[in-house]
Design a protein around this ligand. Structure first.
Ligand SMILES: Cc1ncc(COP(=O)(O)O)c(C=O)c1O
Length: 365
């Protein structure tokens, strides 16, 4: 239709990991394990479920547009002021607000090729030109990204650690990069997997930096186990955040989502067990990969990406696993056809996957 802009027509719809019910229907399998969408396998924190349930009686009302309690709690936790905190429907919701707030026609974006698809969709939907910079050996090539900054560059997107590679850039690399970024350019630092990565060697915790032109994005979707509630947050200079607050949808996140997030922030035991289960599971899965001499990219997140010789092998592996009841993510949509991403599950889910892997590998040897 003529009324649809060309850049929107050219977008492909976002393809999420297959839901369990769909695979069950299609393949008639009883037991299915989904290790495809980097979700927290523990289920939501019980404290969040209770808090969300308790909030339901308030749901004939609109949420507090200022989201005072959650923003205040986040500000206190990270030693900031409430004016430095913005919320959204997931961190992607905040990202979307950022794009709408800061990009004008003619502005350009710099981002890494093969990084988070959610950002790619937003960048392409914005109608602004993006300089997509190839990665080097599945790591951000920050020096080439800095080289790509020009007079029109407005936003640079960095996911640290990155999805789907699971790799990260260090304090030194980030410092060197930031020394080349003019103050008129906004750096969007996506730390969706921060809780998993925070203790990795020389990981740059952006909360220890106070650049006026950096907005840090974090989320309750991963380590806090609340992906379905859709709560994410951004931290930045009060002036930037103040303008985001003018543009954001006023009532996001919904009341139960805000209540769930507030409870999760107080639930240290849940976070600790999520991180422990993930660390043990990463060990369990990568040890098995080593035994089978399967190549993978070492990861500091809650997923690990397998490397095959080519796209056909990777696709076949994903399909065979699916037929055995394990949903994985073939990364063809990320432009990495030789890669298959495996999310770390519970010990039992990982064992199920390892058991199927044993079966498949026995057949191929
Ligand atoms: C790098 C990265 N950023 C952001 C997100 C989106 O998270 P949210 O659920 O907070 O929108 C994801 C989810 O997979 C991600 O991998």
């Amino acid at each position: 239709m003529a009324l649809v802009p060309k850049h929107i027509k050219e977008l492909s719809p976002y393809k999420a990991g297959k839901p369990i019910s769909e695979v069950q229907r299609e393949l008639g399998l009883e037991e299915i394990v989904k290790l495809a969408s980097n979700e927290n396998p523990l289920g939501p924190p019980k404290s969040s479920i209770r808090a969300a349930q308790d909030s339901l009686m308030e749901c004939h009302r609109y949420p507090d547009a200022a989201a005072f309690e959650l923003r205040d709690k986040l500000a206190t936790r990270f030693d900031l002021k409430m004016e430095n905190v913005v919320l959204g429907g997931g961190s992607e919701g905040v990202m979307s607000t950022i794009m709408r707030t800061f990009l004008k026609p003619g502005d350009e974006i710099v981002a890494a090729l093969n990084s988070f698809i959610g950002f790619r969709v937003l960048a392409n939907a914005s109608g602004n030109h993006t300089n997509w910079i190839p990665m080097k050996d599945y790591h951000y090539d920050l020096s080439s990204m800095a080289d790509a900054i020009n007079d029109y560059t407005k936003i640079i997107y960095l996911a640290n650690p990155d999805n789907p590679t699971g790799t990260y850039f260090t304090v030194d690399e980030f410092d060197r990069f930031m020394s080349r970024v003019p103050e008129r350019v906004l750096v969007l630092l996506d730390e969706a997997y921060f809780e998993y990565a925070q203790n990795a060697a020389n990981f740059p915790d952006s909360m220890h930096y106070r650049y006026d032109n950096v907005i840090t994005l974090r989320t309750f979707s991963k380590a806090y186990g609340l992906a379905g509630f859709r709560v994410g947050y951004g931290f930045g200079h009060a002036d930037l955040i103040g303008n985001l607050l003018k543009v954001k949808l006023p009532f996001e996140p919904a009341i139960p989502a805000q209540s769930a997030a507030i409870a999760a922030l107080d639930d240290d035991a849940y976070l600790l067990s999520a991180l422990t289960v993930n660390m043990d599971g990463m060990d369990q899965i990568t040890t098995t990969f080593d035994e089978f001499e399967l190549r993978y990219i070492p990861s500091v997140t809650n997923f690990v990406t397998l490397l095959f010789n080519d796209g056909v092998q990777a696709k076949d592996f994903t399909q065979t696993m699916l037929e055995n009841g394990v949903i994985l993510r073939h990364l063809i949509g990320f432009g990495l056809p030789e890669c298959v991403r495996v999310t770390i599950g519970t010990t039992d889910e990982n064992e199920f996957f390892i058991d199927k892997l044993n079966k498949i590998m026995e057949k191929t040897v």
